[in-house]
Design a protein around this ligand. Structure first.
Ligand code: FEO
Length: 391
């Protein structure tokens, strides 16, 4: 990414990773990502805000070289995960006088994860400020967005919130600013679903905390800068609220077509009843799309055949993932087909203890579904309709 001026004496110096396709070996990244780092030149001191994934260190180094930076006084590190902290050891080698500024938890992580010497750190607390001369950095602790040590920085004079992962989006694009581009919010929802959603109520509190400040711009460490910050703030308020959509997710896997027939029947009937439905054929599903849908949906109905006396591994994975992501869904059910028998329903239900859901009567069918089996699926839908009246 070329060096770009965000405002007078504030520069974007990070890197775009156009072709990264998976994060944490878990999260598909269809639109790539970026590791944003910022340089702030105050009248007396110069500060870096975060760094880049170590794979992109050379790009950051070249950008700092282009700006003619000879001295960095402070490296503000918001979060110890290596896509932001991983190039700090290289920065310290190049700018040995720099002091690493962070909270005590992040310091401890970075000593372990990056072997940064303890004496290189300056530890700050919530609401503490650091002056760069004509610019003031205010540090706000925002734990669990998405690690215990996460924090953000509010640049008071320019009213910019440097938010690291918070509000970020996995989106590689050449525009410095998000404007009203819905693709950026889409990328932010994918990111929220996969790392923030498990901490939804804490994230909501942190949204309230940071929005107590007058924010003109949010500069995250992934994706474009929000020059209209209310768009992403409103989206976060919606995602973290207790509200659910009248939407049913049907993640399913079918070996010989019987479970698929049931999935399609359910989908068709639910649409007719006015539900919004998303069907996911698990073996060909982008898990990120499923995670994004879990942000809003009221209902999850998992479909699986019984294979070797248990649920299909693809269905097990989706239930395990949903349990880890802790979506705000209210209802769960299970359906599927078997030849020999087995404990698929108990097995899948046992995988989701974190979900605060009511289980709607599952429907299990021997072989191809018959007329009486479709009636049971109709009953499942009727039950769901009834439950939705109370929402
Ligand atoms: Fe972008 Fe939690 O790292």
């Amino acid at each position: 990414m070329p060096v770009r001026s965000v405002k007078k004496d504030i520069f974007s110096v990070g890197s775009i990773h156009w072709d990264r396709r998976i994060f944490d070996e878990l999260i598909p990244l269809p639109d790539g990502t970026s590791y944003n780092a910022y340089l702030i030149k105050g009248s007396e001191k110069t500060a870096m805000i975060d760094s880049v994934d170590p794979e992109k260190w050379t790009e950051l180094e070249m950008n700092l070289c282009e700006l003619g930076i000879k001295k960095i006084d402070y490296i503000i590190t918001h979060h110890a995960e290596q896509d932001h902290s991983g190039s700090i050891p290289m920065l310290l080698k190049k700018f040995p006088e720099a002091v690493v500024v962070t909270n005590d938890k992040c310091k401890a992580f970075e000593i372990d994860l990056l072997h940064i010497a303890e004496e290189k750190f300056m530890v700050i607390k919530d609401n503490e400020t650091l002056s760069l001369g004509n610019k003031t950095l205010r540090f706000l602790m925002t734990p669990w967005v998405h690690w215990p040590e996460t924090m953000v920085t509010y640049l008071e004079e320019d009213k910019i919130l440097f938010s690291c992962d918070f509000f970020g989006s996995h989106y590689a694009g050449s525009d410095l600013y998000a404007g009203e581009n819905p693709i950026v919010v889409h990328g932010a929802k994918r990111y929220y679903a996969e790392i923030m959603m498990p901490f939804r109520t804490t994230v909501a509190k942190n949204v309230d905390k940071v929005t107590a400040y007058d924010i003109k711009m949010i500069a995250p460490s992934h994706g474009p800068i929000y020059d209209k910050p209310e768009i992403i703030i409103d989206a976060y308020r919606d995602w973290t609220s207790d509200k659910v959509k009248k939407e049913v997710l049907i993640p399913y896997v079918s070996m010989h077509g019987s479970t698929k027939i049931m999935a399609e029947y359910l989908t068709g009937r639910l649409i007719k009843k006015g539900f919004s439905v998303k069907m996911f054929n698990l073996p060909v599903t982008d898990i990120g799309e499923l995670a994004m849908s879990l942000v809003d949906a009221s209902t999850i109905i998992i479909g699986s055949p019984i294979v070797l006396a248990g649920a299909h591994p693809a269905a097990v994975y989706s239930a395990f993932l949903a349990n880890a992501l802790r979506p705000k869904a209210k209802f769960v059910s299970i359906f599927g087909s078997y030849g020999w028998g087995g404990k698929m329903v108990d097995q899948l239900a046992g995988l989701i203890p974190n979900l605060k859901v009511e289980i709607i009567e599952p429907v299990l069918v021997k072989g191809l579904p018959r007329a009486e089996d479709f009636k049971k699926l109709d009953q499942m839908i009727e039950s769901l309709e009834e439950k939705h009246k109370s929402l």
